[in-house]
Ligand binder design. Sequence first.
Ligand SMILES: C[S@@+](CC[C@H](N)C(=O)[O-])C[C@H]1O[C@@H](n2cnc3c(N)ncnc32)[C@H](O)[C@@H]1O
Length: 243
Amino acid sequence: MSHAEFIRNFYSQRLAAAAENRDHYDILDWASAAAQQARFQVLAEHLTAAFAAAPALLDVGCGFADLATYLAARRLPARYVGVDLNAELLAAARLAAARAENPALDLRCGDIFTDEHLFAPREFDVVFASGVFNLRLDNNAAFASNAIRRLQRFAKHSVVVNFLHRRAATKYDECFYYSPPAMLAETQSPDWETSLRDDYLENDFTLIFRRRAIKTNRNASRCATKPVPDVPQLCDISATNPT
Ligand SMILES: C[S@@+](CC[C@H](N)C(=O)[O-])C[C@H]1O[C@@H](n2cnc3c(N)ncnc32)[C@H](O)[C@@H]1O
């Protein structure tokens, strides 16, 4: 069975077994609504610090699109697109959006890690993934670091991804718990500046990747006696966008 089939079946079974009014967080296997939203809060703080105008936001593994509801309730503007590989969750999300009179919610079905044509490179300002790497697979750490490179393709500015933390006091067999230092080491890249947030929940941490901008050194070529070709330099965009 592929990773995608395994993940799709896991959430479909939970959805099928759910009583009519079971909460979204519970079907998605979060401990509580507060635990689900503590992860959203990390993203919200990043958006507030980094963007003056509404960023284009891709919510990878959006489930019921609860993030869209969370942002709207807090009046945090974002041009939201959600993607999930589970069509049943998306159908429920569309129904909930229609009931809340928000039928325009942009939700797409697909596997972000294998579908080639879902999105264009750098189509979004920010790519967010919450809970996407929770389930135990045969090779979690390698899968996650490859997956992050994939998410980075779609982001102009930043990628925000959370993981279950190996320090969690209670661990479940179906879940995988990650080491922050190992994930920092696995995901290092000269094109991205990475920061770690592990101060919001005992069993979770977030990696925030900010793209380093390429700057051309025009002044140097003007001052030089011989013409010097523009030299691409890495510069830290967090200098202008402190987050
Ligand atoms: C724990 S749930 C979290 C849902 C949502 N992010 C939230 O916090 O409410 C994980 C979600 O990721 C989705 N998912 C996992 N792997 C995916 C992939 N490769 N492409 C798209 N969605 C994926 C699952 O179908 C599931 O809906």
